[in-house]
Design a protein around this ligand. Structure first.
Ligand code: PYC
Length: 319
């Protein structure tokens, strides 16, 4: 029987499971090198940790690994129910709170090695966490896709609707849409999931096969927030948090359009009403690259040992 030690948390409602010990041997090298080995040789471990029967579609796993960059407190690899993620904002906030819970870090600044680069995190005295992400940028502005609109849900009575959005990088790839006609509320999650997964197919087919997340934007619920979002993740679960990498991509689009000044705050609500506060500084105006910072809070919800029994037909999760 194999034992895998984990700590669970949630960040704005979005769960993170940090694997503390019992993970596969991924050799030396950077988090990016280790991700390659994880993906090629140990996908069964990803499924065992986050998929049913131990996990669920919404759970994001993070595996702690030895960092190649010794200035980092840890290396980390993120994964979900279908794939691996380059970076994960809510997962990093959950990871920092988990490391503090374990007594491995104290309030202050720390560096974490992710597969897409080193991020800097600041654990505040009140337990909230700011993540200064890798550079974010907009790759394509105003990409138009066409979607079937049989039930007229997409803001027009026509049988097809033209949807316009931006393709941007924030640690994962996003298609961000402001005008879609859909109400961003929990009661509408089925329609939001259906429409956004069709948007992903359409934008992938338009020459952006890298896009794995969709962000639908809308007006805020709270007076002191700037906007609300619905974020579709690669495995079709929706992000309960406002999505740290998605908010980073959004900041890059706002910066490129001169709609948010360097240093100003963006209060981003999720579809369940949880929030992140984002801001950015310019890295390079010529290429549109910014350095985003996302602040949020996480709470530890459990400590457990997962038991992997090879005689269990679902030991390695339901694919
Ligand atoms: O917060 O970056 C994020 C994220 C990605 C997928 C789920 N959450």
């Amino acid at each position: 029987m194999k034992r895998v030690q984990v700590i669970d948390s949630h960040t704005g409602g979005e769960p993170t499971r940090v694997v503390i010990s019992g993970g596969p041997d991924l050799g030396g090298g950077s988090a990016a090198d280790k991700l390659k080995i994880f993906r090629e040789r140990h996908d069964d471990f990803r499924r065992a940790v986050v998929n049913e029967p131990r996990g669920s579609d919404v759970l994001v796993g993070t595996l702690l690994v030895e960092p190649a960059d010794k200035s980092c407190v840890t290396g980390v690899i993120y994964f979900d129910n279908v794939t691996f993620l380059g970076m994960c904002g809510h997962g990093t906030i959950g990871l920092v709170v988990t490391l503090a819970h374990l007594g491995r870090i104290q309030p202050g600044e720390h560096r974490i090695e992710t597969p897409v680069g080193v991020v800097t995190v600041l654990l505040h005295e009140d337990g909230s966490v700011s993540v200064t992400n890798i550079p974010a940028y907009r790759k394509a502005r105003a990409v138009t896709i066409e979607l079937a609109n049989a039930d007229g849900a997409l803001g027009t009575a026509r049988p097809t609707a033209k949807i316009v959005g931006d393709v941007a990088w924030g640690g994962n790839w996003f298609f961000l849409v402001e005008q879609h006609g859909l109400a961003l509320e929990l009661a509408n999650v089925e329609k939001l999931t259906d429409a956004s997964s069709r948007m992903r197919q359409a934008v992938n087919a338009q020459g952006f096969p890298e896009v794995d997340h969709i962000v639908l934007l809308g007006p805020p619920r709270a007076k002191d927030a700037h906007s609300q979002n619905f974020v579709l993740c690669p495995g079709k679960a929706y992000d309960r948090s406002p999505c740290g990498t998605g908010t980073s991509a959004r900041l890059a689009c706002l910066a490129a359009d001169d709609r948010l000044a360097e240093g100003d705050s963006l209060v981003q609500e999720s579809v369940i009403g949880s929030r992140f506060v984002g801001s950015y500084r310019w890295l390079d105006r010529a290429t549109g690259k910014i350095i985003p910072t996302i602040t949020g809070s996480a709470f530890v919800t459990g400590e457990a040992a997962l038991l992997l029994d090879e005689s269990d037909p679902f030991c390695w999760g339901i694919p």
